[in-house]
Design a protein around this ligand. Sequence first.
Ligand SMILES: [Mn+2]
Length: 218
Amino acid sequence: MKRQIIIGDVHGCFEELKELLDKVKFNSSEDELIFLGDLINKGPDSVKVLEFVKKGNHRSILGNHELGFLKAQEGGKYRSGGNLKLIEQLGAHLDEYVQWMKELPLYIEEESFIAIHGGLEPDVELEKQRPEIATRIRYWDGVGEDMNNDSHSPWFEYYEGEKLVIFGHWAALGLVVRENVIGLDTGCVWGGDLSALILPAGEIVSVSAKRMYKDPLA
Ligand SMILES: [Mn+2]
């Protein structure tokens, strides 16, 4: 039976990605991979992760880091740090990857689930979700300006749909499993785990980070 393997935020953790694919016995002729975005930045091997996903024709949605990387092409504040490094590393392949990244969808909707990087803005139809919000939302303040403020409720407290929403982006929460919501960012780049959800079985498989690539207290 064909499996769909949905993978949380990789952030350049290519070694752990390979290990995870081994652990789930990924078979490229039978299984479909869906990445939840934030393939790049923070971790050690963004280019290898991008190459793997692009060359393998695997599916991915847009994360806030891909969105920021695209903005970095236009200059401004995003043209710094990890984005600047990745621009240099991609070198002559930059345009090709920028083009590929521009085509990443904000979400993937299937019969049994919706995959979206941050989550769903409450009371907004799926087709009308705004990239800046849907890739970054955590807590919902009613307007989308202060989405890390824990005096508000998490966006998924407002989600009453029956369709399973699978999201990433919120490593601090770790694995989230609720009736209609699964959060898969288990913080590999912070020294946590890289996790995958295997459908239709509903099994969650994780591997541990080889080390802490980013220090959450730094
Ligand atoms: Mn993110």
